[in-house]
Design a binder for this molecule. Structure first.
Ligand code: SAM
Length: 377
């Protein structure tokens, strides 16, 4: 692997940047991680995407605050800044050799604010196994399609989001005040498509989310089953209903320093989640709750087979505990979805470790700037 960080100002000369990390994440060099800081004087970055050799590649996560940024980069003190963190899957068929990656930052009108250019080289062509099926899709002609459109949108909180929060809600980048899911439109639409696809293709098994917060993603899963008239599958709702565990850095070094357990906003009681289901008329015998930390509840949960596994526990520990207990139960053709793969390095590491340890070769695809998924062969 060779990697030559080579930053240049963007075409309009407005952007300065500091690339902290750029490295291949897999031995075959098909997946790369890139993170750092973009500085834009007087402008607010509203979206970012990556281009590879001049062609669109993927959305880029951005917007992390960093308390010490002004001290670390005093010469940039007048500039607005955004942290970016991007997990990039190179396309199958890409030849070995020199490539150019560009991160393109846009304002809210889609006007380009600047680019960060990064030259790099790969020593292998990107070869990927075909996925069992192409990207899952929704049935637009289904008589319940309009109900599901509205359900998705309502769960994101978009209909009542304040104007200044609208874009964050659309992309699912914030912890919303009212919405029942943190996920944005892309991830909820993709989740609906997975549920529709597994019902259509008769993939056996229940559905589960590990890390539900206010329950929105599970409410959507139950709503799709209801709309499609599936009477047999259970939606399992797994959470401590009391927030995240404190990090156990001795056992899981990747979680060292994690502060998420300190946020009361992440502790939503089971009663509250049940109430949320009720508000959509979706609480019934096809919804079952698993209360407690995953390490205690999941290994012995009375779950047979699964057709969909949605992991949203943020930490290394929460991700590895859930995938270890549940992935063996996922049917062939079932979907594994990882909400924080792009946004949380510890979560990504847990998934990469698990996949490597278990020889999972189905390719991971990104849903949006953070969500990822694959389909079990
Ligand atoms: C980011 S929130 C989930 C967001 C949710 N999926 C949505 O669509 O809005 C993370 C949730 O995971 C739960 N959680 C994280 N780690 C856990 C663990 N080890 N055991 C049980 N619950 C956990 C937290 O209580 C919290 O509700």
């Amino acid at each position: 692997m060779t990697c030559n960080p080579n930053q240049m100002p963007g075409p309009n000369m407005t952007m300065n940047s500091h690339v902290e990390e750029f490295s291949a994440q897999t031995q075959d060099q098909s997946e790369w991680s890139l993170s750092g800081w973009a500085f834009v004087p007087g402008e607010v970055i509203c979206s970012a995407h990556a281009e590879l050799d001049g062609k669109p590649l993927a959305p880029v996560s951005w917007g992390w605050p960093r308390p010490a940024v002004q001290e670390d980069f005093p010469e940039q003190s007048a500039a607005k800044y955004a942290g970016f963190r991007s997990y990039l899957c190179l396309p199958a068929g890409l030849e070995a050799g020199a490539h150019q990656l560009e991160l393109v930052f846009l304002d809210e009108d889609g006007r380009e604010l600047g680019r960060i250019r990064q030259a790099f080289a790969t020593s292998n062509p990107v070869v990927k196994k075909p996925v069992r099926d192409s990207r899952p899709d929704i049935d637009r002609n289904h008589p319940q399609a309009a109900y599901l459109d509205l359900l998705e949108k309502t769960l994101t909180g978009l209909p009542y989001a304040q104007a200044e929060d609208y874009r964050f809600r659309q992309d699912g980048r914030d912890w919303p005040q009212q919405a029942h899911s943190m996920a944005g439109m892309e991830r909820l639409r993709h989740l609906r498509a997975c549920v529709e696809t597994l019902v259509r293709e008769n993939i056996p098994g229940d559905l589960i989310e590990t890390g539900v917060w206010r329950g929105g993603a599970c409410i959507l899963m139950r709503g799709v089953l209801r709309a499609l008239g599936d009477p047999s599958r259970t939606v399992w709702v797994a959470d401590s209903f009391a927030g995240l565990p404190p990090p156990d850095a001795g056992k899981y070094p990747a979680d060292a320093g994690d502060r998420l357990h300190a946020f009361q906003e992440l502790a939503v009681s089971m009663e509250q989640v049940r109430n949320n289901f009720q508000r959509y008329d979706l609480l019934d015998g096809q919804v079952r709750f698993l209360k407690g930390f995953f390490a205690d509840t999941l290994p012995t949960a009375p779950i047979g087979r699964l057709s969909l596994l949605r992991l949203d526990g943020d930490m290394y520990e929460s991700t590895i505990d859930a995938v270890t207990a549940l992935y063996p139960k996922l049917s062939s053709g079932g979907f594994c979805i990882v909400d924080d793969y792009g946004a949380v390095p510890a979560c990504r590491l847990a998934i990469n470790d698990y996949r490597r340890a278990h020889g999972i070769e189905e390719p991971i695809s990104m849903i949006d700037w953070t969500g990822a998924w694959w389909r079990k062969e």
